[in-house]
Design a protein around this ligand. Structure first.
Ligand code: GRF
Length: 216
């Protein structure tokens, strides 16, 4: 079967990108990364891609202040040039615009370190801790025009302990991110995801779209 092509958008360290690469190399994820694109020239994620001979491109945002649509059009060109089927945001620190969303309808995913719709936005592990929730986790969702509002594909729950720190919670959540992003991508690649309104259903009846961690 022909493998679908991913375009991964990153801004920083790229641990989620690395987990995707590792799962592909282990044979657990049957896709090809066609390109990794960063808005930051020195993102470590670009180096990770190059180490695995994956095309790594810096698309500079210089001169695009207040012109987010025009910048996203550059991204669309890079992605279409490589016939990307699915765009994965993995720590991409820009708000994307309809220019990108319309070019890839229901074909952009994001990973977020909280159980959406609780705690959208930034610094959410800290916010969850300060709010006093007993569980948090992570979400893979399709991207729509809102901030972290698109249909939810897979979630994983992690407990928050009394003596937790922001770093501790973030690390525990990150471990789950590394699992569920690949799972969501594989479901997409197998054509198993169906969007009904806000709900994303998987056609295989034994497929769980959630992970519940009892032990931290
Ligand atoms: C992750 O926590 C992800 O959920 C959020 O940004 C962070 C990216 O981390 N969207 P990394 O660059 O993949 O290590």
């Amino acid at each position: 079967m022909k493998k679908i092509k991913l375009g991964v958008l990153v801004s920083g360290r790229g641990s989620n990108l690395q987990a995707i690469i590792d799962n592909i190399e282990k044979g657990a994820l049957s896709v090809e990364i066609a390109v990794v694109i960063s808005d930051q020239p020195d993102a470590y994620a670009l180096e990770r891609a190059r180490k695995h001979n994956i095309p790594a491109v810096h698309v500079s945002a210089k001169g695009y202040k207040g012109k987010r649509d025009a910048y996203d059009t550059l991204l669309v060109q890079e992605l279409q040039k490589r016939s990307v089927d699915l765009v994965c945001l993995a720590g991409f620190m820009r708000i994307i615009t309809p220019a990108l969303i319309k070019a890839f309808p229901n074909r952009i995913m994001n990973i977020h370190p909280a159980i959406l719709p609780a705690f959208p936005g930034l610094h959410v592990q800290k916010k969850a801790l300060e709010h006093g929730v007993k569980f948090s986790g992570c979400t893979v969702h399709f991207v729509d025009e809102g901030m972290d509002t698109g249909p939810i594909v897979v979630q994983a729950v992690v407990p928050i302990l009394d003596n937790d720190t922001e770093d501790g919670v973030s690390e525990r959540i990150l471990k789950q991110e590394h699992k569920i992003y690949s799972r969501a991508i594989q479901l997409f690649a197998e054509g198993k995801l169906r969007i009904e309104g806000r709900r994303v259903l998987s056609s295989s009846s034994d497929e769980r779209n959630s992970e519940f961690m009892i032990n931290p």
